[in-house]
Design a protein around this ligand. Structure first.
Ligand code: ASN
Length: 311
């Protein structure tokens, strides 16, 4: 069922900066949270009725505004009046996972900011497909080929993506369950749809733009948003599951371990607070058993940031 966006319910699932207390420690925590979200920048311009060199240059120029999100690669794929661009911070398959990514015959193009933690399991389920790269994000193109628009809840990860189906020039865009990765959507006066990781990619060229709601899918065929993330607890006012510290601990450990998926050196950014210290403690315990440790060793690098305090 396709429904208009429920702004109130979306807002409750988006961390709002003003919810952080402004003590020094919490400022640091805020800094760490925001920095950890910086990974890749995507910009897509769809159906702008302009396939000229001038428009291409403009989209490239706007995409460069997101360069700080991805120093490793800049990519662009144009099909008629649809443009998909990518600024990459390489994490998985740095050598050949540059984006946009494609299915076998390149009829499906996808630009993604994110990490798909269960990509190996999904690849195993897609045994009839031939993968071009080792990128965790390539599964998105093949899942779409297999399941159409109904595959977003198969992805375990944090992501924002735009997928163009060049067979009928339709597209979909989606954002992860709670909006860990940023995403904005806008509309041009020429009828185009713009999707960008940051407002600066689209605000100058759109008549209207807004936050892309977390946990939603936008489909050009359906002409609107649909909530794909529908956990059973979503409608509960009071949680029905009693507090179980052991269950919480297990879930927390699982969440940290799956995030140790990387083909590049990594570390933890410590705020000195409880959250980041717990993440570091769990990482140290489980690092030895990960693929990352085989390449980068079992020593965990840590970083922290100091702020001057004004009186
Ligand atoms: N980092 C990203 O957002 C994309 C992808 N996971 C990569 O490693 O290239």
């Amino acid at each position: 069922s396709w429904q208009p966006i429920n702004r109130r319910s979306c807002a409750t699932h988006t961390a709002h900066p003003s919810s952080f207390r402004s003590t020094e420690r919490d400022l640091l925590a805020t800094y760490c949270c925001r920095r950890s979200r910086k990974m890749c920048g995507i910009l897509a311009v769809l159906g702008c009725a302009d396939d000229t060199q001038g428009k291409r240059v403009r989209v490239l120029e706007l995409s460069r505004r997101l360069k700080h999100r991805g120093p490793d690669w800049s990519g662009m794929h144009q099909v008629g009046d649809c443009y998909l661009s990518h600024q990459r911070l390489a994490i998985i398959d740095p050598a050949s996972g540059d984006q946009p990514l494609y299915n076998e015959d390149k009829s499906i193009v996808v630009t993604v900011n994110g990490e798909i933690y269960n990509h190996e399991q999904l690849r195993a389920q897609l045994s009839s497909h031939t993968f071009r790269t080792g990128s965790d994000c390539e599964v998105i193109a093949h899942l779409y080929e297999e399941h159409g628009e109904n595959f977003i809840d198969m992805l375990d990860g944090v992501f924002s993506f735009v997928l163009l189906d060049t067979r009928d020039n339709s597209f979909i865009a989606a954002r992860d369950a709670i909006g860990v990765t940023p995403l904005y959507i806008g509309w041009g006066i020429d009828g185009s749809v713009w999707i960008s990781s940051e407002v600066k990619g689209l605000n100058d060229d759109c008549e209207h733009f807004e936050i892309f709601p977390p946990g939603h899918l936008y489909s050009s065929k359906q002409g609107g948003f649909k909530r794909w993330y529908n956990p059973p607890w979503f409608s509960e006012v009071i949680p029905s599951v009693p507090y179980d510290p052991l269950a919480l601990r297990k879930a927390f450990e699982k969440a940290v371990i799956k995030r140790l998926m990387t083909d590049v050196p990594f570390g933890v950014l410590l705020s000195g607070g409880l959250d980041s210290s717990l993440v570091a403690a769990v990482t140290v315990r489980h690092l030895a058993g990960t693929k990352a440790a085989k390449r980068w060793g079992t020593k965990l690098h840590s970083f922290c940031v100091g702020l001057e305090v004004w009186n």
